[in-house]
Design a protein around this ligand. Structure first.
Ligand code: IPD
Ligand code: CA
Ligand code: CA
Length: 259
């Protein structure tokens, strides 16, 4: 774990504050910067050397070499739209999956100076200190969610789900980095989480961190979100609150929105 953290911290040095190039990946919402690519290249090279024979599933450049018993799932920058605007809410997310199960997760937000990490069965930490979900009820719960930026065809459904969550819960937050939002839930700063369509690199590391902090994460069917395909992500500080989010989602969305 120490070595992974060292490599991730080093990679963050490539998240320069200015002078990077910004391109869009087919829509104005979906950006990639030269820093996303630099961080991904650095991580694949260094983590590949750390664990010879391991594979990679990474957001950029369609990198999906996953037929290995150890696979790194990497989002080089989660919250790229923030990063491109010098907003501090962005992070590097790295998970290690062994035989299909996430065993290590690191989420590092250099400008917030927060490093979250977890190993399966060993608890979750932020900057070396143990973190735990809050004990707040659904009614008290702060909600992290989004209207599905890259697939706005789901926005109206998300709006309806959000309305129900909002009326039954407390208030809404939106930071613009799924990994950070899940880690903040792990640290007790929010309680309820829903996104209709995320990719494994958005949540692989942060889900382990949230679970190790005592929280619950699942997909539309109540099972663990896929580590290879897009998935809805429902998460909460408690299993009971996650169940209640799932009930709201099922009521507004009686069938799975995509395969
Ligand atoms: C995005 C962020 C955002 C979430 C999107 C993700 P990116 O990741 O996590 O919060 O709402 O669904 O795709 O594109 O900045 O890596
Ligand atoms: Ca992402
Ligand atoms: Ca990204």
């Amino acid at each position: 774990m120490e070595k992974i953290i060292e490599i991730v911290r080093e990679a963050a040095g490539l998240m320069v504050r200015s002078g990077f190039e910004i391109h869009n990946k087919g829509s104005v919402e979906n950006l990639v910067t030269s820093s996303d690519l630099a961080v991904q290249h650095f991580l694949t090279e260094r983590l590949g050397k750390l664990l010879p024979g391991s594979g990679f599933l990474c957001e950029e450049e369609d990198l999906a070499d996953i037929r290995h018993s150890d696979v790194w799932i990497i989002d080089p920058i989660d919250g790229t739209a923030n990063y491109a605007r010098s907003n501090e809410n962005c992070c590097i997310s790295v998970a290690l999956v062994h035989e299909g199960e996430p065993v290590k997760g690191v989420v590092y937000s250099p400008w917030r100076d927060e490093l979250y990490c977890a190993e399966k069965g060993r608890g979750a930490f932020c900057n070396g200190k143990p973190i735990h979900v809050s004990g707040r009820s659904f009614k008290e719960g702060l909600i992290f969610t989004a209207l599905c930026t890259y697939h706005k065809e789901f926005a109206a459904t998300c709006r309806d789900i959000l309305y129900d969550l909002y009326m039954q819960g407390n208030d809404i937050r939106r930071i613009g980095s799924a990994a950070l939002e899940l880690c903040l839930t792990a640290a007790g700063q929010a309680e309820l989480y829903f996104e209709i369509r995320l990719l494994p690199w958005d949540y692989a590391a942060a889900s382990l961190i949230l679970q190790e902090a005592g929280g619950t994460v699942c997909s539309y069917d109540g099972k663990a979100p896929s580590l290879t395909e897009p998935s809805p992500v429902i998460a909460a500080n408690t299993a009971e609150n996650a169940r209640r989010i799932l009930d709201i989602v099922h009521r507004r969305l009686p069938t799975k929105p995509y395969n």
